[in-house]
Design a protein around this ligand. Structure first.
Ligand SMILES: Nc1ncnc2c1ncn2[C@@H]1O[C@H](COP(=O)(O)OP(=O)(O)O)[C@@H](O)[C@H]1O
Ligand SMILES: O=c1ccn([C@@H]2O[C@H](COP(=O)(O)OP(=O)(O)O)[C@@H](O)[C@H]2O)c(=O)[nH]1
Length: 240
């Protein structure tokens, strides 16, 4: 049997992994495709945790800035609840492809999930389940990227994979500038110093302090997530 590069990997999945490309809401077919990718990554042998975003349903900053009605504090709780909805969708999608999983939430909903603790996560890893982490950090003014960094520290993950809509970190936003160049390897400090927006800078600081490497890759390309979990170079590596 081959030796695992990482005993445990945390995958940060964009909320948009659960809807049609460029769309919103939850599309069962898209959720199933994403579940197949997580199942494939689980079969590579590492323990898999998934932090799911909520951007397909609601982003707090965008909602609160669109009018004076909903303050950011409330809008962010709404965003965190969106991740709880997504976690249930992902859990059911994993069930439909025969991949066992459990949802642990920072904002627990009794009928659907358990409260997140590192010890509860450990119990589910031991049972061979993917652990879906819902509700973000449980605090407004944070993002699910920062939640991924925080939870990776708590569960002692050896790698974070940010599975997103672009191929990795570019010199500039590739959606806005088609001339932007893909970067193969970059440090946490360079992401912050160059103000690259692909990932939240609070997450970068936490990863740097705790020396947890990260890979940013395109979630729509088959095999990408599994390759990263197996330690292959795909997308962009962010490290110290
Ligand atoms: N330097 C950059 N490199 C790559 N993507 C960037 C960069 N700057 C901005 N982006 C944008 O960041 C987006 C990913 O961040 P975000 O929308 O928060 O993703 P997610 O929903 O996966 O958390 C990409 O779709 C891209 O348009
Ligand atoms: O710890 C957290 C994580 C998330 N959110 C809220 O939940 C929304 C959805 O998360 P995110 O935007 O990170 O989702 P993604 O872009 O990854 O789909 C955010 O916009 C925030 O409003 C929050 O307040 N605290």
């Amino acid at each position: 049997m081959s030796v695992l590069k990482y005993k445990r990997v945390l995958i940060k999945l964009s909320g948009e992994s659960l809807c049609e490309k460029g769309g919103s809401g939850i599309d069962p077919a898209a959720a199933k495709l994403t579940a197949e990718k997580i199942k494939e990554a689980m079969q590579a042998g590492s323990d898999i945790a998934v932090v799911i975003g909520g951007g397909n349903l609601l982003r707090g900053a965008a909602l609160s800035s669109s009018s004076d009605m909903i303050p950011r504090n409330v809008a962010d709780y709404m965003g965190m609840l969106a991740t709880v909805i997504n976690a249930s969708a992902l859990c059911e999608a994993l069930k439909s492809v025969n991949a066992p999983s459990a949802v642990l939430s920072a904002l627990p909903v009794k009928a659907l999930n358990e409260e997140f603790t590192a010890a509860a996560a450990e119990k589910h890893f031991e049972a061979g389940e993917a652990v879906i982490l819902a509700g973000g950090t449980g605090n407004p003014f944070f993002s699910t990227d920062t939640c991924a960094a925080l939870r990776a520290c708590q569960i002692r993950a050896g790698l974070i994979v940010k599975a997103t809509k672009v191929d990795g970190v570019y010199t500039e936003d590739p959606i806005k500038n088609s001339e932007a160049k893909l970067i193969e390897k970059i440090s946490f400090s360079e992401i912050i110093a160059n103000d690259l927006k692909v990932i939240d800078h609070t997450a970068m600081t936490l990863c740097r302090e705790n020396n947890i490497p990260l890979r940013v890759l395109n979630m729509f390309k088959d095999g990408n997530i599994t390759k990263a979990v197996q330690g292959e170079s795909v997308g962009t590596e962010i490290s110290a």
